[in-house]
Design a binder for this molecule. Sequence first.
Ligand SMILES: CC(=O)SCCNC(=O)CCNC(=O)[C@H](O)C(C)(C)COP(=O)(O)OP(=O)(O)OC[C@H]1O[C@@H](n2cnc3c(N)ncnc32)[C@H](O)[C@@H]1OP(=O)(O)O
Ligand SMILES: CC(=O)C(=O)O
Length: 525
Amino acid sequence: MSLIQLYDTTLRDGTQAEDISFLVADKIRVAEKLDELGIHYIEGGWPGSNPKDISFFREIKKVRLTQAKVAAFGSTRRAKTTPDKDNNIRTLIQAEPDTVTIFGKTWDFHVREALRISLEENLELINDSLAYLKNHVGEVVYDAEHFFDGYKANPDYALQTLKAAEAAGVDCIVLCDTNGGTLPHEIPAIMEKVRATVATPLGIHAHNDSECAVANSLMAVACGAVHVQGTINGFGERCGNANLCSIIPALKLKFGHECISDEQLKTLRILSRTIYEMANLIPNKHQPYVGNSAFAHKGGVHVSAIQRHPETYEHIRPELVGNVTRVLVSDLSGRSNILAKAEQFNINLDSKDPLTQEILENIKDLENRGFQFEGAEASFELLMRRALGTLRHYFSVIGFRVIDSKRHEEEKPSSEATVQVKVGGRIEHTAAEGNGPVNALDHALRKALESFYPQLRDVRLFDYKVRVLPAGKGTASMTRVLIESGDKTSRWGTVGVSDNIIDASYQALVDALLYKLVKDQEQAG
Ligand SMILES: CC(=O)SCCNC(=O)CCNC(=O)[C@H](O)C(C)(C)COP(=O)(O)OP(=O)(O)OC[C@H]1O[C@@H](n2cnc3c(N)ncnc32)[C@H](O)[C@@H]1OP(=O)(O)O
Ligand SMILES: CC(=O)C(=O)O
């Protein structure tokens, strides 16, 4: 199958998203990552917009990209000037990119209302801007802004704008669904008319306002587009752009088009997460292909079937995009979920062992009381080991006390915890302070246990989530605490539930420390 050009605009349209902004150094790192993934074009920004984007184009010249071309973005010239005098066009040439992409108006309504010029004048500025750029830059791409809306409003005029671009000798004409309102079934007829009108290679640039950006991009490829614009994780103006993390595997694995290598495809998940991290955003766990939940199976019926054959509930093999199959445990589980988890934890458990059913019933009962094990696999593993009688007795907590005090209005509240633990025959009694009651309790517990188990010094608390569960008939509301802890090599989640927030936190903290001891002993063999 033919090669589809992948054009990434994370660094331009992606940064038009609310909450996303990259420094120049971040932009360079993102560009390097996109190059490693095998992206063919990296749109680095709009040099006529701000000094940061000018710096990007200066700095990126010092980087040896393996194969990606760097594209600079801008618009057709302003009315009442000529391309050689237009500041935006001059800045694009001065940026010395491999490729220049400019957008122009195709919708008569926009020409009249946004530019406030005649339809004829717009055709002139599309044509002379592109022709001028084509004389100064190796490759020129034309983004036909609002093409689908423009075509629906005035097909003749929309097609005339494309002919004006083609006459200037552009290398690719990109049909843009700028407002993101087009639906997939509208694409084939419109693209057929376009293909009958211009011979220049076509591309697609879709926004996600109708949740159809990926579908529209794939439909455009099915209708002959050879160039696809999008962003990593679908970042972009308003509801975002077409998500390349979904488009790339679809092109490769479903259409059979060439775009990136099999090895590069295996890095897709890690790339997606790196870009989230650089944008300081939490990854969307439900994101197709690359999200944590993309191949996470919860329903017992699903888990039973995937163990017999993964394709029963997986549309592709997750390893192809660097993801993994996960089995979740909840009150929707069956025995298959428990057995899959036992295997993951290296625990010997037979499907006919009555303990399997006992563990399953215990889980359902605990979930009914407010526990949740999807984000607390460490607590679940401890529960399993306890049921099987294979959990070593490392310590017991005889008791704890937490005091929170604020002695006058100006004083910050202070927290102190005391803890009594028993390890073997020895009792240890410690006290510690913290910036809140849970933090003080965490410090006191570790202080008490560290002299027996020095490896607990490596444990860090990464995340602490509290959820108040509504009261049932005749019962008080409960608090669920989920804690994410970790050490130098891994992270794990634990859970506690109680009508008292400190007690719920205490349960999750104890499980977190206990899990570290179990894990280290397992690793030591
Ligand atoms: C669909 C898209 O995503 S296009 C990309 C949108 N991205 C951005 O706008 C981010 C970067 N933009 C910027 O930094 C600024 O908007 C700039 C530097 C480009 C322009 O700033 P300003 O000169 O202050 O203009 P402003 O931001 O108000 O934009 C409106 C101007 O753009 C002109 N314009 C809009 N589209 C086009 C076009 N395709 N061709 C030529 N001019 C255009 C308008 O006519 C208007 O000019 P006028 O005021 O002389 O009539
Ligand atoms: C060019 C562009 O970003 C758009 O039309 O959405």
